[in-house]
Design a protein around this ligand. Structure first.
Ligand code: UT7
Length: 330
């Protein structure tokens, strides 16, 4: 029997040049740096410039990931972009990216699971590669989330930022690949639409034909996040027959440093084994995990062969976790 595994062989990311600090924000929003830092851990966020789109962010992240993998667009068979802020209602942002990177013949589509989008896209790509839909995939989380913000609502507008991250997945299905326990070890997803009203956008093509703004009951979402992320991580560990102690790095969704700290305690991980980028990036929705992963790979913390635990929750509610042994056997 062949040992079929999906490896995560490279990562790349991109942040728009425009940095907006809490101080700068408080010149036009009724807020202050101390409140934002204390309640969320956020110090700044990157925001897209006029005319800069989600596909632009995705393109920069994807080309870096491809370069890091030593691949060209034409080597890619599948492109999935997790985004809630597509350039257009249709076509998908993924088909735009397909054209931009010249990935002729690749299957390309978007997935919308808001902040959980990256773990959803990873799971779908893993299943598609293992079922024979190609050998190499680009999974991208890309968001211009600032386009959904109501700048009069201080309870939400201070929380989010824009950016993109991308990973290259490669199928290793030949016993000669010796893929062993590398690649995606487990992935667990959940959704519960009973909670659709605690985090949503009050617009959309079939409701009012508007783009709409983010609305959130922050305390409720916080409560669900702490509880559901801990339980889905337990499920992912059990599905991979692993313990929290086997994890080298927690690479969590970056919504609030207090949620991240709660997960660190629950998993009993040392603080320096948790990647935190929320201070610099704020919450970039589907982009936050690959952005954090890219930061820690680029600065040398995450190395080939390290075991990563990723988790996220967002509107839906939709949530999930994935365990990955990063890189490839040398
Ligand atoms: O990625 C998707 C998942 N999203 C999340 O995981 C977000 C989860 N929720 C959270 O992170 C937190 O609930 C928030 C950061 C959104 C809010 O923190 P909180 O500790 O739950 O604060 P709160 O909403 O209960 O607000 C407390 C106070 C209120 O004042 P009063 O009523 O106590 O006088 C707010 O008006 O803080 C006030 N407040 C602010 N003050 C200054 C709310 N937003 C701000 C602000 N600046 N930006």
């Amino acid at each position: 029997m062949t040992n079929q595994r999906v490896l995560m062989t490279a990562v790349g990311s991109y942040l728009p040049a425009n940095v907006v600090t809490n101080e700068a924000l408080s010149s036009f929003v009724d807020t202050d740096d101390a409140w934002i830092r204390r309640r969320t851990g956020i110090a700044q966020r990157h925001l897209v410039a006029d005319g800069e789109t989600t596909s632009d962010l995705a393109y920069h992240a994807a080309t870096k990931a491809l370069a890091n993998a030593g691949l060209a667009g034409g080597d890619i068979d599948l492109i999935i972009i997790a985004t809630t802020t597509p350039d257009n209602t249709f076509p998908s942002t993924a088909t735009k990216l397909q054209h931009m990177i010249d990935a002729k013949g690749a299957i390309a589509f978007d997935i919308q699971a808001v902040c959980a989008g990256f773990v959803y896209a990873l799971d779908v790509a893993d299943a598609m590669l293992r079922s024979g839909r190609g050998r190499r995939a680009l999974v991208v989380g890309a968001e211009s989330f600032s386009k959904l913000l109501d700048w009069e609502d201080r309870a939400t507008c201070v929380l989010f930022g824009d950016g993109a991250g991308a990973v290259v997945l490669e199928l290793a299905d030949d016993a000669g690949d010796d893929a062993g326990d590398w690649g995606i070890r487990s992935s667990v997803l959940h959704s519960d639409g009973a909670y659709r009203d605690i985090l949503y956008v009050d617009g959309g093509p079939s409701s009012n034909a508007a783009v709409g703004h983010v609305r959130m009951e922050g305390k409720e979402v916080f409560r669900h996040a702490v509880e559901k992320l801990a339980s889905v991580m337990d499920e992912a560990l059990s599905a991979a027959n692993m313990q929290a102690g086997d994890i080298d790095w927690l690479v969590p969704h970056q919504a609030n440093v207090r949620i991240i700290d709660a997960m660190q305690k629950k998993m009993d991980l040392p603080s320096d084994r948790v990647v935190r980028t929320v201070e610099q990036h704020a919450n970039t929705s589907a982009a936050s995990i690959p952005l954090a992963l890219s930061a820690a790979v680029d600065d040398g913390r995450i190395k080939n062969g390290d075991v990563l635990a990723m988790e996220a929750i967002g509107g839906g509610l939709a949530w999930g976790a994935a365990l990955v042994k990063f890189g490839r056997p040398l």
